[in-house]
Design a protein around this ligand. Structure first.
Ligand code: PHB
Length: 402
């Protein structure tokens, strides 16, 4: 479907990217390392994202968003042309060290952009901290990345897992819900979103009566849905994303729970999946740092440009990729493309006020966005904004010593 998208990311381009990687490796044996890094040479950008598996659409949207930010600047950042090096990380944490090293050691990238999956991000973080390479994380919410593992060279343009569900406590309280069940995949993102919700809900006097887990990326929900029907909580809160979210929404309806026990979630549950689920998501309310129908000038321009370029509607992942490009541009502009001036570049990035489609945001001391959390409701094919659930929500950055 995306075959002929100008500047878009499709499988053909991915293969082309792989060929570029192979070519660059051969050249790398001839050209001295410093030459490739010299100012004026192309800036080597490593994209480490999922291009296979349940998070494929997320990886593609982030790639498209990032490239759109670059194209809007004439294909250059800080005056330098960009050369992309692409690795499909398969959302596989076991392969994270090898994949990160492919980009850093083999391809000698100047900056690392990635990834989606929190477990993979944890593998990246260790190497990034050891090497000191500049890393911009355009999705993976692992709290540790801007918590105990925070570092001057680590930036995130998305969210912490804690941030995405914390505001839901207030939302459920306002609806009069006193008990809730949380259902998710058993890995860092699900567990941390559960924790963020639990904290927020208990502060409001609510009680999380059960945590239900299934292994990532499994989508067999039947037994867990039967358990929910038996527990009969006031509300269900879920985190799933990509293909798994679409399957969960359809199964929730098929199990007869829709309309009986109201369903909430972090907004990933309903972002980028509404075309695939018919009316199964209708009325589902979620919190997230992006929504449809925002009164934000930048959002209108972004959505037009994205739709024109890719013949697709953007989602939250596209926004996060776009903002990764914008943040990198801010840093590189400050040093006129000379990425070796790392301290100056980091200073400029830390001070950035990103004019984002989600609304303006700044970075916390731990380099995580301080941003408004919107309450959204699925109406037809849109995650319609209902209001701001939490203004300028900052992750607590527990354990960050930088
Ligand atoms: C994560 O693993 O951090 C993650 C993945 C997909 C999302 C959100 C968070 O939509």
């Amino acid at each position: 479907m995306k075959k002929n998208i100008p500047g878009g990311f499709d499988r053909r381009e991915f293969l082309k990217g792989s060929a570029a990687i192979a070519g660059a490796t051969a050249v790398g044996t001839l050209a001295p390392f410093g030459l490739a890094r010299a100012q004026g040479a192309k800036l080597r950008v490593g994209l480490m994202l999922p291009y296979t598996g349940t998070y494929t659409p997320l990886g593609v949207a982030i790639t498209n968003g990032f490239k759109l930010a670059v194209e809007e600047r004439g294909g250059k950042l800080g005056g330098r042309e960009i050369e992309y090096f692409v690795v499909d990380d398969e959302s596989n944490p076991a392969k994270a060290p090898e994949n990160t090293n492919k980009l850093i050691q083999r391809d000698k990238v100047d900056v690392l952009i990635g990834t989606v999956h929190s477990g993979v991000a944890m593998g990246m973080a260790k190497i990034v901290r050891e090497t000191g390479i500049l890393w911009i994380n355009p999705n993976a919410g692992a709290d540790e990345v801007t918590g105990p593992l925070c570092a001057p060279n680590i930036f995130r343009t998305s969210f912490s897992n804690w941030q995405t569900t914390h505001a839901l406590g207030k939302v459920l309280k306002a609806k009069g819900h006193k008990t809730a069940v949380f259902i998710t995949w058993k890995y860092a993102a699900g567990e941390q979103m559960m924790q963020g919700f639990k904290e927020g809900f208990e502060k409001e006097g609510g009680k999380l009566v059960k945590e239900l887990y299934t292994p990532f990326p499994q989508v067999e929900f039947q037994a867990l849905l039967t358990e929910i029907a038996n527990i009969k909580p006031d509300a269900v809160v879920a985190f799933f994303a990509g293909g798994g979210a679409a399957k969960f929404l359809k199964d929730y309806q098929a199990a007869g729970l829709k309309g009986k026990i109201p369903l909430y979630g972090s907004g990933f549950l309903t972002d980028g999946v509404l075309d695939a689920v018919g009316d199964a998501a209708e009325g589902v309310e979620t919190t997230l740092h992006y929504a449809d129908g925002l009164d934000v000038k930048k959002d209108r321009a972004f959505r037009l440009a994205y739709a024109k370029t890719y013949k697709l509607q953007p989602d939250v992942y596209a926004v996060q990729g776009y903002d990764a490009g914008q943040l990198l541009a801010t840093g590189l502009d400050a040093v006129k493309g000379d990425i070796s001036k790392k301290a100056d570049m980091i200073k400029a990035m830390e001070a950035a006020r990103i004019d984002s489609p989600r609304g303006q945001w700044t970075l916390s001391k731990a380099h995580n966005p301080v941003q408004d959390m919107y309450l959204r409701k699925v109406v037809g094919k849109e995650n319609k904004v209902q209001g701001v659930a939490w203004k300028a929500l900052a992750d607590p950055a527990r354990g960050c010593k930088a």
